[in-house]
Ligand binder design. Structure first.
Ligand SMILES: [Zn+2]
Ligand SMILES: [Zn+2]
Ligand SMILES: [Zn+2]
Length: 86
C-alpha cells in the first residue's frame, strides 16, 4: 500500500512537527491504483485493487532543539497578557 511521507522539521522542545514537503512512497505493487506499477488503467481496473493509501509517515529531516514558531508566538502572546494591567 502506498503512503505519503511528510518531510519536515521536528521541534524537540515542544515536540511539534512542521511539514515542509510531502511525497508519495510507491509500494510498487501491481494491485495498487496509486503505484506506477499498477497493471491496469481506468477502464481495465475492476475494483479488486487497493484504493486506499496507508497513513502518512512523518520523516523529520531537520531537528530543532527549540519551540516551533507557533509555540513561540503563543508564549509571547501569553507574556504580553501578563504584563497588561488587570
Ligand atoms: Zn501502493
Ligand atoms: Zn487495478
Ligand atoms: Zn510547538
Amino acid at each position: 500500500m502506498c503512503h505519503n511521507v511528510i518531510d519536515g522539521r521536528y521541534y524537540s522542545l515542544c515536540q511539534h512537527f512542521e511539514a515542509m514537503s510531502t511525497r508519495t512512497h510507491d509500494c510498487l505493487e501491481g494491485s495498487c491504483i496509486f503505484s506506477r506499477r499498477h497493471v491496469h488503467n481506468k477502464s481495465t481496473c475492476r475494483g479488486s485493487c487497493k484504493r486506499l493509501m496507508a497513513l502518512p509517515v512523518r520523516n523529520p529531516i531537520r531537528m530543532s532543539e527549540t519551540e516551533c514558531s507557533n509555540c513561540v508566538v503563543k508564549a509571547r502572546g501569553a507574556g504580553v497578557g501578563c504584563q497588561s494591567p488587570a
